[in-house]
Ligand binder design. Structure first.
Ligand SMILES: *Cc1c(COP(=O)(O)O)cnc(C)c1O
Length: 354
């Protein structure tokens, strides 16, 4: 006997990457956080926050943020909806578009939250394997009879980027809604927002967690056609973004230059890290994100994960087909990446510098 709905009783919950407390010595390259601080404008806004904003309910639509997003992408504020992280926007999308027993489709491997959200909803999933180099299987996805397609671009945990134009062509022949999850798009060639604006069935999800260094703030937004955005509004919690985070998010969006500079530093380190990993015998999937998926020499991903952990370096490992011979490494600061590479050299017995 259980108190839970069947769907909830049957499912396992999401497993987030480890968030250890305290240990400053730890090199944390496991959850794709930005290693650089957020804009000083955000910090100033937080410092100057007047307590009286906490007494009242916040703006239910986070209007200052919607206006800024509208200006950034040349869309109307009515095309934008904000969320408590883009994870909440994914929850809203599942709630709004996929009924019990209906189909949600996505390529695999991808963000491991997608199947969890589908399970909560009691939805059926169609998982379409990516190609040999983890290419997005656009043709096969278009042929699913899904209500909702979840496309992470660049994809996690592979870093593989798909041209938004190709996603647009897929959306044109697909009968359901396409959600493009752009958590990492700022680290890649570009966003799909402008490229896909005007399509009736495409929503683009963006977050301040990665490129804006604000994972702890919990702020994301979705951009799409007004009709879809209006529908999502119906299923959201009334006050889903708090007053402090709305002010801080608006301040972050006022400082694109800060974000762009940090993104440039991460990209530069991504190239260096990729080269050094390859020199150590890793096969690195070309990444458009702030992490790299690296196939470890010998293929024992778990051993490398454990070995690094024992040396105080956290990376991400999945014990599942196509990933168990890899580790996913977040691009850190030059010093953090240096410690990672040093540890890998020690572990492979190549610690002697030439
Ligand atoms: C980090 C991440 C998100 C969103 O994160 P929030 O912190 O909830 O905004 C969404 N999708 C993917 C693939 C991510 O990696």
């Amino acid at each position: 006997m259980t108190f839970f709905r069947d769907a909830v009783e049957r499912m396992t919950g999401y497993t987030p990457g480890e968030q250890p407390r305290g240990d400053a010595e730890l090199v944390k390259l496991n959850t794709n956080e930005n290693p650089y601080p957020p804009s000083p404008r955000v910090l100033r806004t937080l410092a100057e926050t007047d307590w009286t904003v906490l007494r009242k309910y916040p703006d239910p639509l986070a209007t200052p943020v919607r206006e800024r997003v509208g200006a950034l992408f040349g869309v109307r504020p009515e095309q934008v909806l904000c969320g408590n992280g883009s994870d909440e926007l994914l929850t809203m999308a599942l709630r709004a578009f996929v009924g019990e027993g209906e189909v949600v489709a996505y390529p695999t491997p991808t963000y491991s939250l997608y199947p969890v959200l589908a399970a909560i909803q009691g939805a059926r999933t169609v998982e379409v394997p990516t190609g040999p180099a983890f290419e997005t299987p656009l043709e096969a996805l278009a042929e699913t009879d899904a209500r909702l397609l979840l496309l992470c671009n660049p994809n996690a945990p592979t870093g593989v980027w798909t041209d938004p134009k190709a996603i647009g062509r897929l959306a044109d022949r697909f009968g359901g809604v396409v959600v493009v999850d752009e958590a990492y798009a700022d680290f890649g060639p570009g966003s799909a927002v402008r490229a896909l604006d005007g399509r009736p069935n495409v929503l683009v999800l963006r977050t301040l967690s990665k490129s804006y260094s604000l994972a702890g703030l919990r702020f994301g937004y979705v951009v799409g056609p007004e009709a879809l955005v209006a529908g999502l509004r119906k299923v959201k919690d009334s006050y889903n973004c708090d007053a402090v985070s709305i002010a801080a998010a608006a301040a972050a969006l006022d400082d694109e230059a800060w974000k762009d500079a940090n993104v440039a530093r991460v990209r530069e380190e991504r190239a260096r890290l990729t080269g050094e990993l390859e020199a150590l015998g890793f096969e690195v999937t070309p990444s458009a994100a702030n992490f790299v998926l690296a196939r470890v020499p010998g293929g024992d991903g778990a051993a490398v994960y454990e070995g690094l952990k024992a040396r105080g370096i956290l990376v991400r490992y999945w014990n599942q087909p196509r990933l168990d011979d890899t580790v996913r490494i977040t691009v850190g600061t030059p010093a953090e990446n240096g410690r990672l590479l040093e540890a890998l050299r020690t572990m492979s017995g190549r610690e002697t510098t030439p």
